[in-house]
Design a protein around this ligand. Structure first.
Ligand SMILES: [Zn+2]
Length: 401
């Protein structure tokens, strides 16, 4: 840089002040590395990629942590919870990781940044990407102090920014707008391209971010979608899923979690589109390998990569759940019924002294009034789903707090 400056100064000594020159050089260099437009993400064809891309959707219980490896470089998106930190470190060490070149903490919730302080202490860290939002939790403070004790700087990425990892190129797509009351809306969303294969990582981005990205006209199509927010019904809007149109969906979720994740509505949307779903609560860590053209799953998953059997009238799965299985008196809960799209639903709630019947449709939550049932009373709900003259039965329940 100094040499370049001297050289140019030598030529134009008398005409341009040093300040103007430095300014124009800065503009030049920024111009050279200007980010491409997000609606035309970088395409790097297979000829340009070498080796393999490995994406590990690590089983961290109810949380997210994804290790991406290309060439000799490693990227980690989220770090699971505080309680999964030790097993995360063990997993990373078992992969012989010495340096995490790129650490992305999608948003400051504990199930995404819980292990970050330990990861930062244990490994060499290149760049750290976090959204422009702080939190008052101890977990967040631990992360910030780990970052500052290593003298690292946080980068807050904007849509269109590019992160390179070997021959893999990630484009930041979100957040576009965020809501202070909902940290999930700050989730960093990125789309990674390796040759012809594309991966979408969504953190806990909500339907509002999905809408923003659609409205911006971004190319959201991807082979593999990390389903937003552990499969909650606040993400994976139909319009978004149609735009992404993934070949496979991956849900990072804990066994028997308290949130009812993944939500039946989300599972239904994926099922209707015949998208195979791999869940960390069922498969443990899911390892996906790409050569730039073909995607393969680790052997644990391979046994179930066949396309799910499409629903026929002989093969109908009907299911039901409530969004709050332990509601307080006089509150309202939502009943979700999964099954053939558009089928009619009759739900009978068996309160202690009376039965109440609700009617609705599969795919639309039905609001149920909890009423004055006394503490600890379990209310069973019998559900009948009917379509084309056939009926199917299922059951769920809630217990008042
Ligand atoms: Zn989360």
């Amino acid at each position: 840089m100094k040499d370049i400056l001297k050289c140019i100064i030598g030529f134009k000594r008398s005409k341009i002040s040093l300040i103007t020159l430095v300014a124009s050089l800065i503009i030049l260099f920024v111009g050279c590395s200007a980010v491409p437009q997000v609606d035309k993400p970088l395409t790097n064809n297979t000829a340009m990629v070498s080796g393999q891309l490995k994406v590990h959707y690590i089983d961290v219980g109810q949380g997210d942590s994804i290790l991406i490896q290309q060439g000799s470089e490693n990227m980690l998106i989220d770090t699971g919870t505080n309680s999964s930190a030790k097993s995360l470190i063990n997993y990373l060490e078992a992969q012989n990781i010495k340096k995490i070149d790129v650490l992305v903490l999608t948003h400051p919730h504990e199930d995404h940044i819980g292990g970050a302080d330990v990861v930062i202490k244990e490994f060499d860290i290149g760049a750290i990407y976090m959204p422009k939002i702080t939190s008052t939790t101890e977990t967040f403070k631990d992360v910030i102090s780990a970052i500052s004790s290593k003298g690292l700087k946080i980068i807050s990425p904007k849509p269109g920014d590019i992160i390179k990892l070997g021959d893999a190129v990630s484009t930041i797509l979100g957040p576009i707008s965020s809501n202070d009351k909902d940290l999930n809306t700050y989730s960093i969303v990125l789309k990674l391209a390796f040759g012809n294969n594309k991966f979408l990582f969504t953190g806990d981005a909500e339907a509002s971010t999905e809408k923003d990205m659609i409205n911006k006209g971004y190319d959201l199509s991807a082979d593999i979608l990390k389903v937003g927010h552990h499969g909650s019904d606040t993400s994976t809007s139909q319009g978004f899923l149609d735009k992404v149109n993934p070949k496979y969906a991956i849900i990072s979720v804990g066994k028997e979690n308290n949130y009812g994740h993944p939500h039946l509505l989300t599972m239904d949307k994926l099922k209707i589109k015949n998208i195979p779903v791999y869940r960390t609560d069922e498969k443990g860590t899911i390892l996906v390998t790409s050569d730039g053209n073909n995607i393969t799953f680790n052997s644990k998953v391979e046994s179930s990569t066949q396309t799910p059997v499409p629903q026929t009238e002989e093969n109908v799965n009907v299911s039901a759940s409530v969004d709050n299985p332990t509601p307080i008196q006089n509150s309202t809960i939502n009943l979700s019924v999964g099954g053939p799209a558009g089928a009619s639903v009759t739900a009978v709630c068996h309160f202690k002294s009376t039965n109440t019947t609700y009617n609705g449709r599969v795919g639309t939550p039905i609001a149920i009034k909890v009423g004055k049932a006394s503490h600890g009373v379990t209310v069973n709900i019998d559900i009948v789903v009917s379509i084309n003259g056939k009926v199917y039965n299922t059951q769920t329940s809630f217990t008042t707090k």
